[in-house]
Design a protein around this ligand. Structure first.
Ligand code: ACO
Length: 346
């Protein structure tokens, strides 16, 4: 039988020797206003609300209006994260996306410019649904290398632009949105400190989740495709082993984890990974119902919802894990900080 976190007395976690670390200092999100319910998709697709809810946990998702770009969402989330951190400036910007508005250049510099931060290093990271973890690890690396004191990481996606609206196997899954964090230099003893990362990839399975290139498919619209069942099983296996690694690095036993936040692709996958990890049953965050799978943006959006709903509390030992196209996967372990989430709809 799995135990509830509430059965354990809160244990303030103390690092024996505080070492330098990147610390989460702000959290911002931005969602498109337009909400698309399961029922409205069922009007033109051979699907129904019950199939989507029971197979995925999704009830609705957001869709960006034609005049809203991925860069708009990334900029709004990053501006909100800066407000949350009480900062007007950072030393670098990392943007995670696989739905860029243009193939070239990267959108990071434009987002930095819009934030009034022209001149700072700014670039994109492309790791599909693992993008937020990859971008956060990159930003933490810039801080630990002494190249930046503060970095904004923004993850934004507009999957509605690459998913075939007539394909029921993918059209029901994805939503548009963005989430961002500000990292600053601090120590491992502080709430918000990023204590361990694990990253990995398997390019042999590059076709399991992909959008064909021009050479592969010279004619017609090139839509996103996913080998759903195969990806389902691999996602469970890989997120479990990756999350275990960061918990081991921190010497955290399962029952002391206070929040488990996996990539929000499917409620059944989140449950299966939480079960395998044997984290307390009430710690697995599942916020997929409202926004669907938002790829790179899903972890910061889930963190924000869990925090606003009172399920993610300062000091909680928090494990993040993600899996996506590439294939790629990654995990991070941190203690949750005291902060106020800033949100907007555009
Ligand atoms: N409505 C009704 N029926 C459907 C729908 C739909 N929207 N979609 C598929 N079906 C049907 C299929 O055609 C199939 O019918 P059949 O048995 O007659 O052939 C049946 O439902 C079962 O299909 P499966 O694909 O086996 O369904 P499954 O339970 O695996 O759920 C899903 C599909 C939701 C895609 C699941 O496999 C999944 O979540 N996969 C992993 C997603 C993931 O983790 N992705 C990684 C991150 S995403 C990224 O990187 C961008």
């Amino acid at each position: 039988m799995r135990m509830q976190a509430s059965e354990f007395a809160p244990m303030p976690w103390k690092e024996p020797d505080a070492r330098p670390a990147a610390v989460i200092a702000g959290l911002g999100t931005a969602l498109p206003r337009t909400e698309i319910s399961n029922a409205s998709l069922a009007e033109h697709l051979d699907t129904d609300d019950e199939w989507i809810r029971t197979r995925t946990g999704i009830a609705s998702r957001r869709r960006a209006a034609p005049d809203i770009s991925m860069t708009d969402l990334a900029s709004a989330a990053a501006a909100n994260a800066l407000r949350s951190a009480g900062r007007t400036a950072v030393d670098a910007l990392v943007l995670a996306t696989t739905t860029p508005d243009r193939p070239c250049p990267a959108a990071g510099p434009e987002v930095a410019h819009r934030l009034g931060q022209g001149g700072i290093p700014a670039f994109d990271v492309s790791a599909v649904c693992s993008g937020f973890i990859y971008a956060t690890a990159t930003a933490a690396g810039l801080i630990s290398a002494g190249m930046a004191e503060s970095v904004v990481v923004t993850a934004a996606e507009t999957y509605s632009r690459i998913v075939d609206p007539a394909d029921r196997s993918t059209a029901v899954l994805f939503g548009d949105g963005a989430g961002a964090v500000v990292l600053r230099r601090g120590t491992t003893g502080e709430p918000g400190a990023l204590l361990a990362f694990d990253l990995g990839s398997d390019g042999a399975e590059r076709d399991a989740i992909h959008v064909p290139g021009e050479r592969e498919q010279p004619e017609g619209q090139r839509w996103f495709s996913m080998a759903g069942r195969k990806v389902y099983l691999r996602a469970i296996e890989q997120m479990t082993s990756s999350a275990r690694k960061v918990m081991k690095d921190c010497a955290w036993s399962s029952e002391t984890v206070g929040a488990f936040v996996a990539h929000q692709a499917n409620a059944r996958i989140i449950d299966a990974v939480a079960n395998r990890l044997q984290v307390p049953s009430d710690t697995a965050v599942c916020e997929i119902a409202r926004v669907g799978n938002t790829a790179a943006a899903s972890i910061p959006l889930a963190l924000a919802d869990a925090m606003d709903g009172g399920r993610l509390k300062p000091g909680a030992r928090t494990v993040l894990t993600a899996f996506g196209g590439g294939l790629t996967w990654g995990s991070a372990a941190l203690t949750w900080p005291h902060l106020t989430h800033v949100r907007s709809e555009i």
